[in-house]
Design a protein around this ligand. Structure first.
Ligand SMILES: CCC(=O)SCCNC(=O)CCNC(=O)[C@H](O)C(C)(C)COP(=O)(O)OP(=O)(O)OC[C@H]1O[C@@H](n2cnc3c(N)ncnc32)[C@H](O)[C@@H]1OP(=O)(O)O
Length: 327
């Protein structure tokens, strides 16, 4: 068995990984859609390696994109991992309504990487600083990199990062206060759930900017609310308030004032799903994700494998010992 290095970390190249990567490269060059889908699935099992191979296969070098993005600094992405197993990630650039600078895009990828190796984690809340969610990409950076090549690199970087965010084995929720615009609206779709405060707005403003979503937001939106509703939101650049959001299934709940601070309310809401053993909660997220992303046959195989990781595990044995009744 050989080893490769990815960002200073030695990774063991198992025959299985080698096979999957060889297969994926072939598929990406071969362009056929079923093959491409298989590739994404195969690579989904190896998230770190996935970045290296998918970027190279598409002619992008991750380090080049990072360097370019670092030229546009400002703001930060904060991450707090709590003992409860719920982490809070904050998009923090209040002077620009939490717009994503280039360095924040890089930091987001680093935080996602950190969460990928947080084995005790069960849940994640994504919020914006200072009472508003996120106003999309920083328009100053957008102006500076408006050439198609750089635009594509940025798009590729954010698309991959947000796909990894959605695929974390954590139950994630976007806490939307104030405004979620453009890329900010796309970010909300990279979470499993969305909660809004009563005055909040989600708006895919891309059309008004002469754009379409490029961070994966359209693909995810269609899966969340269906193609008819997605078309209406994108083509009309419609403002989604909590009422409309609930009607179309984009929003899971509205936070009321008597729930105290929005973050406390969101933690309370999320804890109904994260109570219990971390391996079981993580396994639940994984079986749902595979059911959503894979073919039925592949999802069934994955489900069996994941079942095998919890069957006879501590939580299972404890429940048997307690003769748990489900009244
Ligand atoms: C992926 C594709 C994309 O995301 S494209 C980007 C899509 N987003 C936008 O177009 C947002 C444009 N901004 C706005 O519509 C308004 O600023 C919103 C967010 C509604 C806030 O309005 P308002 O409450 O009146 O505040 P304001 O306009 O005075 O803004 C405060 C300061 O923040 C800045 N700001 C806001 N959004 C961005 C952004 N995306 N990029 C860079 N800067 C942004 C404003 O320019 C303003 O800055 P300043 O105080 O004038 O220095």
């Amino acid at each position: 068995m050989s080893a490769l290095r990815f960002r200073g970390v030695a990774l063991e190249v198992t025959p299985q990984l080698e096979y999957r990567c060889r297969k994926s490269k072939m598929a990406l060059c071969g362009v056929g859609r079923p093959l491409l889908q298989k590739t994404h699935r195969a690579l989904g099992c190896f998230s770190k390696k996935k970045q290296t191979f998918s970027y190279k296969a598409n002619g992008f070098q991750e380090e080049d994109i990072r360097k370019k993005l670092q030229l546009f600094p400002g703001g930060s992405i904060e991450l707090q991992k709590q003992e409860s197993g719920i982490a809070v990630m904050t998009v923090n650039n209040p002077a620009r309504m939490n717009a994503f600078s280039g360095s924040m895009m890089v930091e987001l990828e680093e935080r996602v990487c950190e969460l990928e190796s947080w084995t005790e984690g069960k849940g994640l809340i994504v919020q914006g600083a200072a009472g508003t969610f996120c106003s999309g990409s920083d328009l100053n950076a957008v102006r500076a990199i408006s050439n198609p090549q750089d635009g594509m690199k940025m798009c590729m970087f954010m698309q991959t990062t947000l796909t990894r965010l959605l695929r974390l084995p954590l139950i994630s929720v976007a806490l939307v206060e104030g405004k979620a615009l453009g890329g900010g609206a796309e970010l909300t779709t990279a979470c499993d759930f969305r909660l809004m405060t009563s005055d909040a707005v989600i708006q895919f403003v891309h059309k008004h900017m002469g754009l379409v979503p490029g961070w994966g937001g359209a693909a995810r939106l269609v899966r969340i609310i269906g193609s008819q509703n997605a078309l209406k939101l994108l083509a009309g650049a419609k403002k989604v308030d909590p009422n409309i959001g609930k009607q179309i299934g984009l929003v899971d709940d509205v936070l009321t004032v008597d729930e105290g601070s929005s973050l406390v309310g969101t933690e309370r809401w999320l804890s109904q799903f994260t109570k219990g053993s971390a391996p079981v909660i993580r396994a639940i997220k994984k079986v749902v994700l595979s059911g959503k992303e894979l073919s039925l046959d592949e999802a069934l195989t994955t489900e069996r494998n994941i079942f095998g990781t919890v069957w006879g595990g501590p939580a299972n044995l404890e429940a048997l010992e307690l003769k748990t009744k489900h009244k």
